[in-house]
Design a protein around this ligand. Sequence first.
Ligand code: TXE
Length: 482
Amino acid sequence: MSDLQFFGHIIDNEEVESLDGGRFDVWNPWTREVWAQAAEGSAADADRAVTSARKAFDEGPWPRLGRTERAAAIHRLADLMQERTAEIARLDSTNMGKPFEQAKHDVARSVWNFRFFADHQRDHCGEVYPMDSGHHCYSEFGPAGVVAAISPWNFPLMMASWKIAPAIAWGNTCIIKPSEDTPASVTYLGRLAVEAGFPPGVLNVLNGHGAPAGSSITGDDRVDRVTFTGSSQTGKLVMASAATHLAPVSLELGGKGANLVFADADLDNAVYWAVEAIFRNAGQICLAGSRLFVQDEIYDEFMARFVAAAEALTIGDPFDPATRFSALASRRHFEKVASYVAAAQELGGRIHTGGVAQDGSWVVRPTIIDGLALDAAPYCEEIFGPVCVVNRFGTEDEVVHLANDTRYGLNAMLFTENLSRAHRVAARLKAGTVWVNCFFIRDLRTPFGGVGDSGVGREGGNFSREFFTEPKAVVMQIDRKG
Ligand code: TXE
């Protein structure tokens, strides 16, 4: 009898095996051992999950609950998550190699996602439109229906909660398919929803691979909304699949974030954030500051400080409190990142520090490269690892052009003490979010999403409301004519 943990599907509030009994192995990237198994969802399992969510929406209490009651149920789930922070964080650290302290922070952020959207829905206001003709009109925001949510492995719990929280807060029912690399914490969340007393079918967890599990739910015509975070390439497949039944999509895809450091920047602050932006979570962040542009006058000094700060990051076991940086999330991903480092070397890039650990681990050390051509693959493509490509610039116009010369447009950062320049450059950058003198700071009311290959749509606050509801106009006569 295997002593591996098992993560089943959660359908109709029951944790179940796949109908055909299929399972797959779940790896610990630091030890490079299998530590668990998860149910391998087939098209038949996906059908079961969608049937459950559809029934819960069409016949169950959830969409019909008062907004206060629904908010209270979601806060109960958030309370349970908060109580079990260490347990959940342990799952994410074991499953994807994230330092434990960062995983605990991710749980706190996930709890906040639930609390924020519960309250946002409970306290929202509709709109009234005074009309000229003896009528008035008001808007209503009713739930859209069944939501298919597909989440990635880099923030397993947090990215899933970012989708589930607004979906269920607005009265929808949901099927979440976590990444096959990281099924643990999302399955655990599904167990907590049962414990919190959610009605059956409100939150279904379907484990398994992109195809057939993911593609079966996105292509099911009983699904009303599809929200996806992952690669740009898969995003296109998801959009095509949702288009077969005209389900609106929200896609948060890849990035190649530009980080602009002007000569008048506060260098301590700029170095601190440059390190966070590309080495936190081992660079496995869609928002990573993976293209760094430094103005000529400070280039050498900045690089010396940046390299020193990168080398000071303690690499090790995610559960060692000293660890700031650990293995990449999977063998497949390690091989991808390592291949970009090798390509950078072949293409004449100068590696100032870092490179692939040669000890058999899945570690790529914090890596800083300059000297690459503007069309070199490691410079243009999303590496999604701890690899920063650096370039120098002379003028504001030049750096804006360099920063915008990409298919992506999720986010950018700029560091300057000149207020006018900060506003001027922020306005010119092609990105969904621009951070000035900081990084990663979020207010959940603000729009989040990207342009170009970085995605379609925005989520956050009212932007999530627009996506997860069917806004309705009710026009009412006040004065009867004649
Ligand atoms: O992504 P996929 P992968 C980028 C990053 C990374 C690359 C590949 O560059 O190296 O993508 O990672 C599900 N229908 N990002 O292969 O394939 C899949 O099971 C429906 C950036 O992990 O996009 C998983 O749950 N679903 C990103 C999710 O999609 C499908 C985060 C993401 O997998 C599917 C992750 C299909 N046909 C990777 N195929 C970010 N924006 O943060 C796969 N999936």
